[in-house]
Write a protein that binds this ligand. Structure first.
Ligand code: SF4
Length: 262
């Protein structure tokens, strides 16, 4: 799949330029409680260049899949749900990878702010350019998914480099706006103590990181891989034990003020 990188890159450009009032989405969840603070409407966008071996939503990878939805229809739906958001909630855009549709999302977040709705972006940090920075300016909370600290392991897990993810983190830190880190813990793949410490050392002085969420690997998406005719390579990997989770959380507690296992 990754060998089609050039094609994907061209399509991503197209995706960013296509009808600028429409977002290519996979689905919308009305009352999400796991993707940011409070109760949230979660918009799962379509398209991702990563190929995480454990991806729970491989049907979001294809940038030509999903369906197009008008920005104003998404805003109208969020306004209807606003009474349920309370003080903390709002709208989260997740995926797929939202940065691939950054220009359109900037418009969405601007509109949501006009309506007094909190915005969260859940991103793997795939790219950082002028438009991405503009989107981040209108993002109240960035949830940055760090798939692996060490680049070779990152490439093995996702198919691509983690360089831009750290550039996004550095940029966010420079803006002083809040960020959460998210880390999927995959036994034998992303639980190596030395790299967890290195990651902690790298981020420990960041002032914008409010918390880190450790997300235990699971196999809930396997049937989707099979339905898509794609090979699921982590079949033999079991979810992390309570012991591995606690060991990881204990390591992160040396560096982060708030460590959650979700
Ligand atoms: S970044 Fe997210 S959507 Fe993309 S492949 Fe990885 S888990 Fe799936």
């Amino acid at each position: 799949m990754i060998k089609d990188g050039l094609l994907i890159a061209q399509n991503v450009e197209k995706l960013n330029l296509e009808n600028s009032e429409q977002l290519r989405i996979h689905s919308i969840e009305s009352f999400g409680t796991h993707d940011g603070p409070g109760i949230r409407m979660v918009v799962f966008v379509q398209g991702c260049q990563f190929r995480c071996l454990y991806c729970a939503n491989p049907d979001t990878m294809n940038i030509k899949g999903g369906s197009l939805m008008d920005i104003e229809d998404i805003v109208a739906r969020a306004i209807k749900q606003k009474p349920y958001f309370g003080k903390k909630g709002g709208v989260t855009v997740s995926g797929g990878e939202p940065l691939l549709q950054r220009s359109i999302l900037k418009k969405l977040f601007l509109r949501l702010h006009e309506e007094g709705i909190h915005t969260t972006l859940d991103s793997n940090g795939r790219l950082i350019d002028k438009e991405a920075k503009e989107l981040l300016d209108h993002t109240d909370l960035l949830m940055l998914d760090v798939k692996h600290f060490q680049n070779d392991w990152h490439k093995k897990l996702t198919g691509l480099s983690n360089t831009n993810t750290f550039k996004v983190a550095q940029h966010r830190e420079a803006t002083g706006k809040p960020m959460w880190l998210r880390y999927v813990l995959v036994p034998g793949w992303s639980d190596q103590e030395e790299y967890l410490h290195q990651m902690g050392e790298y981020f420990k002085d960041f002032k914008t990181i409010e918390k880190i969420e450790v997300l235990p690997y699971h196999q809930l998406g396997v049937h989707k891989w099979e339905a898509l005719g794609m090979e699921y390579k982590l079949k033999d990997v079991k979810p992390p034990s309570a012991e591995i989770l606690e060991r990881t959380a204990a390591i992160f507690r040396n560096y982060f003020r708030d460590v959650r296992v979700n």
